[in-house]
Design a protein around this ligand. Structure first.
Ligand SMILES: Cc1cc2nc3c(=O)[nH]c(=O)nc-3n(C[C@H](O)[C@H](O)[C@H](O)COP(=O)(O)O)c2cc1C
Length: 408
């Protein structure tokens, strides 16, 4: 038998930065249209949506994100449906502060939280594209939008906790004699921040419970996590939980996975060029205005493959509109790659494929249990198991994605 390949992970000690528990997220899909197979729809397909969210719950997911765009379904109404269609799955409502008065959003969230007995989470999006913001009457430049988000967060928390009526006169909001407002089911509702601008880090570190990223190379995510933590430490508050998002492409062997990945990039690139899937809100030709997409395109320009399994061609093919970086390989390799991020401190992992419903089932059967099993092993033994050593993906010497995909 050949000797095992030495790797940076052969050390069995669990890194001090590693998260001990991980929870899984997937974005909700409200109809069967995908970037691989766009189908004209009237919007929501209730039967599909029911199946989708119940599949997430059965697959072992903990949360589902209800995204927000000016042309899509309303995230609050969809989140309320998730609450009624599932028992355990927690809806994460994406909210842009420009869309409603903060006290109204606080009331909506508290209502959702009570209806779901404490499952509500809010993901605040300050708005990454001026054109998309203007579609709903928001003309503030991005920096000011972030300042508004900061005031918005303060008001959400006060609406949930102030024991008596209060008035407020801030830069963006003014009201008199509100409250006490409707309380959440529990003490509070977790507040997450999406965005990679400098202002996002300031607000996220000072005020958020969760800070979210799209998938980036390990060294870059490490630096970004340090950045959020430094702001939180300086502000003397608990460090936000870290959420990372990937689009895994998984198959039984590395060859099959890489062939699939190359075929997918081709198909979603075509969909993007034809504009036949709802990618309009955040993307289009030219340089995206949001820093998260700019970073994804920067990584895509630098290399196709990073670390164990991170693949950027899916980002390049869609001008990085939304979460678009992939993890490619066998379930073991992808689970090991997820653990690389867990080792850096990520404890919320979003995995959503390109064949959305089938992928959710597959991840639940083949990927999520491997990550949980490794964490259970660490908990029981205090040591890493073998997954990251045994499934090296692109860390392996001589790794060649083109050769695996059969294009060379
Ligand atoms: C995990 C995650 C989920 C996101 N969901 C949405 C969404 O539902 N709607 C949206 O307009 N932007 C969404 N975004 C995009 C950013 O939050 C957006 O680009 C931000 O408002 C400004 O970006 P910037 O600070 O990176 O320039 C999401 C970002 C992340 C990291």
């Amino acid at each position: 038998m050949p000797a095992p390949t030495p790797s940076p992970d052969s050390d069995r000690a669990v890194p001090p930065t590693a998260a001990r528990k991980v929870e899984f997220i997937s974005q909700s899909h409200l109809n069967p249209s995908t970037e691989l197979n766009p189908v004209p729809t009237r919007g929501i397909d209730p039967a599909f949506f029911r199946t989708y969210v119940r599949t997430l719950e059965a697959a072992g997911y903990d949360y589902t994100l209800l995204p927000y765009g000016s042309a899509g379904p309303d995230s609050f109404v969809a989140a309320s449906a998730v609450g009624q269609l599932t028992e355990r799955l927690r809806p994460i409502v994406a909210v842009r502060p420009n869309t409603a008065f903060p006290l109204v959003v606080a009331q909506q969230l508290a209502t959702l939280d009570q209806l779901t007995e404490g499952r509500a989470v809010v993901h605040l999006i300050s708005g990454g594209n001026d054109t998309e913001q203007a579609r709903q009457g928001d003309y503030l430049p991005k920096q000011r939008r972030y300042a508004r988000t900061a005031e918005f967060i303060d008001l959400l928390r006060r609406a949930w906790t102030e024991p008596a009526a209060f008035s407020h006169e801030g830069e963006f909001y003014r009201f008199d004699d509100f409250g006490p407002g409707l309380r959440p089911h529990g003490d509070s509702i977790p507040i997450s921040i999406g965005g990679q601008s400098d202002e996002a880090f300031e607000i996220g570190g000072r005020q958020a419970d969760v800070f979210s990223f799209w998938g980036e190379p390990l060294a870059d995510i490490r630096a970004q996590i340090d950045r959020v933590h430094a702001v939180a430490d300086t502000a003397g508050r608990p460090r936000p939980r870290i959420w990372v998002t990937f689009r895994p492409i998984v198959d039984r062997t590395d060859e099959l996975a890489w062939r699939k990945a190359y075929a997918y990039a081709e198909r979603i690139g075509r969909t993007f060029r034809e504009g036949s899937y709802g990618l309009r809100p955040l993307t289009g030709p030219g340089t995206p205005q949001n820093v998260g997409s700019q970073r994804a395109l920067h990584f895509a320009a630098g290399a196709d493959v990073y670390d164990r399994a991170l693949w950027t061609r899916t980002a390049a093919a869609t001008n990085a509109g939304g979460a678009s970086t992939a993890l490619v390989g066998t379930p073991e390799t992808v689970a090991a790659a997820i653990l690389d991020y867990v080792d850096l401190g990520a404890d919320l992992v979003s995995i959503r494929g390109y064949d959305n419903l089938a992928d959710a089932r597959d991840y639940g059967t083949h990927v999520i249990p491997l990550v949980r099993q490794e964490l259970a092993h660490r908990e029981a033994t205090g040591l890493r198991g073998g997954l990251q050593v045994d499934h090296q993906g692109a860390f392996a010497p001589g790794f060649d994605a083109d050769a695996l995909a059969g294009v060379r």
